[in-house]
Unconditional design. Sequence first.
Length: 122
Amino acid sequence: MIKWGELRRDKDPGYFARMVVEDAKKSILIISDARRPTDLEFFQNQLKEIEIVTVRVEASEKVRASRGWVYTEGVDNVASECGLDGREWDFVIRNDGPNTVPPLNASLEKLLSTIEGKMKEG
């Protein structure tokens, strides 16, 4: 599946993103899984009339491992997994487990407030 998707993107970087935009009918569009710089660039270039708010959810490798994640060479170090690592984000939300619930809630409340504000503007 990954190889098929990569071949599709090599021919047309906006292939999957365009499918999302064509079906979008709401005043707010949430893309839950942008994985490559070309994904974000597509939305920023094609949806100029919409303000884009970028969000990254992160957890430490230790916490991810406690949730069953195991680093796999050739999977976890490819563009679909780390291509956006150096990018600046409007929001970075830490999801490091039960001990971080108050900061997680505060981050989510700030994000929701921003989204509500954008909906009122639009």
